[in-house]
Design a protein around this ligand. Structure first.
Ligand code: AP5
Ligand code: MG
Length: 191
């Protein structure tokens, strides 16, 4: 199964993907994690990406699309994958559709984790990652609202979207995620 998790910064995409990996036995592709690895290794892409991440802005598509498309071609992604943090713009969503179509594949389902802003801020302050500074965090939230939220419509129109309440314990939320996955699974079988 090819699943996308969408949600604002701190919504719990990474947390739920860790659990989904166990359930679905497919790799977890987090563009944020991939970028942080590039930054740590001080590659050309990493140095370029850091300039945007440090400002809470999206990293330019040439870096992101190249990275994701290489990863999607790896043999372990043949049976499916979890996409966390990608796509983040309509252009990225269309690029993903093209990449998958060329391999006779498609996105099977999209899970939105909806969390109110005050809770996102609480989680961010409790974590303290490099880009969890209040000012940068506000920019990340606004980038989500302006650039990423339109994807909810894009996938909603295709009947692929499940919107989930992202408040509660991680286990409670995972139960909702699991129910959505079961629905996607039934749709897939019915095709
Ligand atoms: P990315 O790493 O994707 O960050 P993000 O979207 O801002 O999301 P986070 O990782 O902060 O949150 P999450 O939803 O994964 O939540 P988590 O499970 O960690 O991107 C970072 C940057 O990279 C971007 O700003 C951009 O610059 C760049 N980038 C990445 N992808 C890109 C793309 N496609 N295009 C362009 N640029 C891109 O949980 C958050 C915290 O809350 C944790 O501490 C967790 O323990 C806690 N928590 C989780 N669930 C709960 C719960 N139920 N209750 C209480 N606490 C909880
Ligand atoms: Mg994350």
């Amino acid at each position: 199964m090819r699943l996308i998790l969408i949600g604002p910064p701190g919504a719990g995409k990474g947390t739920q993907c860790q659990r989904l990996v166990e359930l679905l036995r497919v790799p977890h592709l987090s563009t944020g994690e991939m970028l942080r690895a590039e930054v740590r290794s001080a590659t050309t892409a990493g140095r370029e990406a850091a300039r945007f991440m440090d400002q809470g802005q999206l990293v330019p598509d040439p870096i992101i699309v190249g990275m994701v498309s290489r990863r999607l071609q790896a043999p372990d992604c043949r049976g499916g994958c979890l996409l966390d943090g990608f796509p983040r713009t309509l252009h990225q969503a269309e690029t993903l559709d093209d990449l998958l179509e060329r391999r006779a594949m498609s996105v099977d389902g999209v899970i939105e984790l909806a969390v109110p802003r005050d809770e996102l801020v609480r989680r961010m302050l409790a974590r303290g990652r490099e880009d969890d500074d209040p000012e940068i965090f506000a920019k990340r939230i606004s980038s989500f609202e302006v650039q990423t939220a339109p994807l909810l419509d894009y996938y909603g129109r295709q009947g692929k979207l499940a919107s989930i309440d992202g408040l509660g314990t991680a286990d409670e939320i995972f139960e909702r995620v699991r129910a959505a996955v079961r629905r996607f699974d039934r749709t897939l079988r019915g095709r």
